[in-house]
Design a binder for this molecule. Structure first.
Ligand code: IPE
Ligand code: MG
Length: 225
């Protein structure tokens, strides 16, 4: 999700207003995903680099997150949506972290869709953490590095429990920037990429459906013929 700040600035609003409008899109896109039958949706809500932002903006983001959870958990539960969080959740303010954990717990029985929030997430950090845990196991003699395949490595990533070991089918980045910005680096090896030229607060369900439609016509060969 990119472009909240620019969307607001272009209209003479403070940046935080862009985040408020962006949160409304999150709600719509999550609900639409469930309706359409998307099995897993992962939202890059906050990167490890986003900590560099001014304190006031960060405070608004955590407030929006808490409000979203408070307002939506009931509906998510009704819809059978399970919630996951990937990233350094311990770095979040205490109350936001607590509400997130409680929402994950409340929604743990969901079987119809996996919704993941990437918060204080970085793809390199995730891969490094998996490599370290493997090195530790090897040092303790619990694992033979030679026996380790890609599937076993993927299982040690934060997304290991998601359908298809967390492999991304379609990655959508709004705002027109053609960058991956440290998102799901391992998991996106064969992802189809889409960079819609709209800011996140303008990313309507209709626009989302267009992305899914375009994806469904792509021929995915995974390196084959
Ligand atoms: C994306 O919008 C949402 C978050 C990272 C929280 P930005 O905040 O990155 O908006 P721009 O890129 O500055 O316009
Ligand atoms: Mg941005």
């Amino acid at each position: 999700m990119d472009g909240n700040g620019r969307w607001a600035a272009a209209r003479g609003y403070p940046r935080f207003y862009g985040h408020i409008r962006g949160a409304a899109r999150v709600k719509e896109v999550v609900r639409a995903s469930r309706e359409i039958g998307v099995r897993a949706l992962t939202l890059y809500a906050f990167s490890t680099e986003n900590w560099k932002r001014p304190e006031e903006e960060l405070a608004v983001l955590w407030k929006i997150l808490r409000k979203y959870l408070r307002r939506e958990v009931g509906e998510l539960k009704k819809q059978g949506i399970r919630l996951h969080v990937i990233g350094e959740i311990d770095r979040l303010p205490r109350d936001a972290g607590m509400e997130l954990r409680s929402a994950v717990e409340t929604l743990s029985g969901g079987r119809h869709m996996e919704l993941t929030f990437a918060l204080s997430y970085g793809g390199r950090a995730e891969i490094l953490a998996a490599a370290k845990s493997i090195a530790r196991e090897a040092l303790q003699g619990k694992l033979d590095p030679e026996s380790l395949g890609e599937a076993e490595f993927a299982a040690r990533l934060a997304t290991g429990g998601l359908p298809g070991s967390g492999d991304v089918d379609l990655m959508i980045r709004t705002s027109g920037e053609k960058r991956i910005s440290n998102f799901l680096l391992w998991q996106s090896s064969y992802a189809e990429l889409d960079f819609p030229e709209v800011q996140w607060p303008e990313f309507t369900v209709e626009r989302y459906r267009e992305c899914l439609q375009a994806f469904s016509t792509r021929k995915r060969r995974f390196g084959g013929v």
